[in-house]
Design a protein around this ligand. Structure first.
Ligand code: G1P
Length: 297
């Protein structure tokens, strides 16, 4: 019998060196798109998909993340006193129920597969989700929710997938497609960061996963792969011949690579324009910018 997916792992142990010096003192996941930290987008998406337990795989220097999800009685009292109900409501979304959130330390940066494996003792024999908060996906129906629905049909491990330009594909996990059924594809193989020219397709893995307990067992072997790291992609690929196989899911939505500066800035503009309170002012400014760039050409 298929089991409901109620737990999600958020690997947040990375150093965020691409965003230095900012990440010298703030975790990358606390950096904000408009006024919400990256991690809040990931949590909201997980909640919408029915996730009840949130497991963070952290590292040294990430305590701001733990504080972020805590209640802040002084601040709340102050807002209540001043009658700022809307802000109080906003804060409520950042609070987690006691026991719904767990923090596990990854003591050594041995790769994404290793980070996920660090959470093994919090898992029973059950499927689980993994969300990489760097990949922010704007969608009418949140991406993980779309995947949970697709997973109810297939029952196999599932990764979010997206076509990427050929010159970018070697930065990703890449799918070797067996059968293309439209939004769902079955998979023959998966390669992490293939050398240019060796990629099996341009269908890349994006940071949303629903994984069978087999994947956690496969990670126990601690095999190293691309870049000398323990790769999640490899542990999922092993599942192709186990149980119900592996599927890619072409989600409906716009993905922003917030692990890169250009992607982060694009997301900032897009999320700003999507906000009613900012749309007009920001839009007018962008129009002006574009016009003056054109005039200068
Ligand atoms: C990770 C995964 C990779 C995936 C990518 C999506 O790579 O290992 O398979 O395609 O996320 O963002 P990273 O970006 O951490 O190098």
């Amino acid at each position: 019998m298929k089991r409901k997916v109620t737990k999600a792992i958020f690997p947040v142990a990375g150093l965020g060196t691409r965003f230095l010096p900012a990440t010298k003192s703030i975790p990358k996941e606390i950096m904000t798109l408009v006024d919400r930290p990256l991690i809040q987008y990931a949590i909201d998406e997980a909640r919408a998909a029915g996730i009840k337990e949130f497991i963070f795989v952290t590292s040294r220097g990430k305590s701001a993340l733990e504080d972020y999800f805590d209640h802040s009685p002084v601040l709340e009292q102050e807002l209540r006193k001043k009658g700022k109900d809307e802000l109080l409501e906003t804060l409520k979304n950042t609070n987690m129920d006691s026991g719904a959130i767990a923090y596990i330390r990854q003591h050594k940066a041995l790769g994404l597969g290793h980070a996920v494996w660090c959470a093994r003792r919090l898992m029973q024999n059950e499927p689980f989700a993994v969300i990489l908060p760097d990949d922010v996906i704007a969608a009418e129906k949140p991406c993980l929710q779309q995947m949970v629905e697709a997973y109810e049909e297939t029952g196999g491990s599932m990764v979010a997938a997206m076509e990427v330009p050929k010159d970018k594909v070697s930065a990703y996990g890449v799918l070797d497609v067996k059968e293309d059924m439209g939004s769902i594809v079955s998979v023959n193989g998966m390669v992490e960061k293939p050398a240019p020219g060796t990629e099996p397709s341009n269908l890349a893995v994006i940071g949303r996963y629903i994984l069978s307990p087999n994947v956690m067992r496969n990670l126990n072997k601690k095999k190293t792969g691309a870049g000398g790291e323990i790769q999640l992609t490899d542990a999922i690929a092993e599942e192709i011949n186990q149980d119900r196989g592996v599927y890619g899911f072409r989600f409906r939505g716009q993905r922003y690579d917030c692990g890169s500066k250009a992607g982060f800035l694009q997301a900032t503009v897009a999320f700003g324009l999507a906000r009613e309170d900012l749309r007009d002012e920001l839009g007018a400014y962008l129009d002006e910018m574009v016009a003056s760039r054109r005039a200068a050409e």
